[in-house]
Design a protein around this ligand. Structure first.
Ligand SMILES: [Zn+2]
Length: 73
């Protein structure tokens, strides 16, 4: 991993589903063949996608890749 700067300021900030207003959010990891790979294809190992999902209505509040450093040129 090395000296990757993690955002460790606040851990679980009170996020809220914009659709139903629930604060019951869960995280899901999407990986495997659904992984995102950099467009130029230099790295063949993709990054997993993390979804923050409302566990009430299923709305995906946010999605981000696990290792964004892979997408730097
Ligand atoms: Zn919701």
């Amino acid at each position: 991993m090395g000296n990757v700067e993690e955002k460790t300021g606040k851990t679980e900030e009170a996020q809220q589903c914009p659709k139903c207003g629930s604060r019951e959010l869960g995280k899901g990891r999407q990986s495997g063949y659904a992984a995102v790979v950099p467009q130029d294809g230099f790295f063949r190992i993709g990054a997993s996608i993390i979804h923050v999902i409302c566990t009430e209505c299923g709305y995906i509040v946010e999605s981000y890749v696990d290792k964004p450093q892979k997408f730097k040129e």
